[in-house]
Design a protein around this ligand. Structure first.
Ligand code: 2P0
Length: 338
């Protein structure tokens, strides 16, 4: 099914007059149960459900302003982006899903607060912020679950970045994918910490999109992945309900290593690890042996995200002086009663 057909069913027949400006922020997210493999590449429908936690104020802020002229203008972190670059093309193609060919072109100003060197994908927060900004600009007033399904069509992991805190991306079963969207959890976990470790600046040679497709097509080991992901999702949900950090950490670490096992078993092999990645994993396992409750997760790159609770922050900062510690739930203020 074509994504423009799916989206158009939820929009007014004529593109509404846009506001003078719209601006939205979406946080980046780190999956504790990973998304790896698609059952539909046009709509980015996943083979397995996933679960993530958002990265507080690390993410993307995007402003849309209608302009005169025939072409959209894109700026990334204050710098003009070449209109024929893949970055600009992806944004314009996404905007076109929501407006008629006669509608005003837009100035798109997008700022990432994610340290680019940390190798954190900005496509998740990027497409989520863009979806929210489009929703505001045209006054669509779409339900957040629908915004999540739309953001997914830009990039799968963007479906999760529509929400904050712990988030499940339900895989869904419908052909049009409209039941494949994220759902936020009520639970928060103020002591939860994620340590971002930038281990190497080495460029990755294979992106997630083609990497997951290669794994699906060539790794026999991949057959077991959906089963493992579904089991891990349930364990993680229970661990969040129980605030059981050990079970959460164990499950997240094993899930990430299992995903990497399927990548390594692909052909040509996909090994995102660098020597520094392996040394860091071993350092974390040593810390754990010595009684520190610390785990890790990794995405399609060489860098490591350390998982721990506030009580372990001093020892983590001592062990990894370059770590950037994120508190996913620290900014949440309790809702005033009465
Ligand atoms: C995740 N990753 O769950 C997994 C773990 C990378 C490894 O979601 O093709 O950029 O745009 O749907 O969302 C990265 O995949 O891929 C990703 P597309 P996306 O965070």
């Amino acid at each position: 099914m074509d994504k423009s057909q799916v989206i158009k069913r939820f929009l007014p027949a004529n593109t509404p007059t846009p506001d003078d400006q719209a601006e939205a922020f979406a946080a980046s997210n780190i999956a504790l149960c990973k998304y790896w493999g698609k059952r539909d590449r046009e709509l980015n429908l996943p083979i397995n459900p996933s679960l993530s936690v958002s990265l507080a104020d690390l993410g993307t802020r995007t402003r849309l302003t209608p302009i005169e002229g025939k072409k959209d203008k894109i700026r990334l972190n204050g710098k003009v982006v070449n209109g024929s670059s893949s970055f600009a093309t992806k944004i314009v193609e996404f905007l076109d899903l929501f407006r008629s060919s006669k509608a005003a072109r837009l100035q798109v100003d997008t700022h990432n607060s994610i340290p680019t060197a940390a190798g954190l994908a900005s496509s998740a927060s990027g497409f989520a912020a863009l979806t929210k900004a489009i929703n505001q600009l045209y006054g669509f007033d779409l339900d957040p679950a629908i915004q999540s399904a739309f953001a997914r069509m830009g990039s799968g992991s963007a479906s999760r970045s529509i929400f904050d805190g712990f988030v499940e991306w339900q895989m869904g079963v419908r052909e049009d994918g409209m039941d494949s969207h994220a759902v936020p959890f009520e639970e928060s976990w103020p002591e939860f910490r994620i340590g971002l470790l930038t281990l190497t600046e080495a460029e990755k040679t294979v992106g997630s999109r083609s990497g997951m497709q290669r794994t699906l097509e060539t790794a026999h080991l991949y057959q077991s992945w959906p089963l493992q992901a579904c089991a891990d999702l349930e364990k993680l949900k229970q661990a969040i309900r129980d605030r059981n950090f050990e079970i959460l950490g164990q499950t997240a670490e094993q899930n990430a290593l299992s995903m990497h096992a399927t990548m390594i078993a692909s052909w040509p092999p996909l090994l995102y690890w660098q020597p520094e990645s392996v040394a860091t994993m071993q350092r974390i396992w040593q810390l754990r042996e010595s009684g520190v409750c610390v785990y890790f997760t990794m995405d399609a790159g060489p860098n490591i995200k350390v998982l721990f609770e506030a009580g372990q922050q001093a020892v983590i900062e001592q062990t990894f002086p370059q770590v950037k510690v994120v508190s996913p739930f620290a900014c949440q203020t309790p809702v005033a009663s009465g």
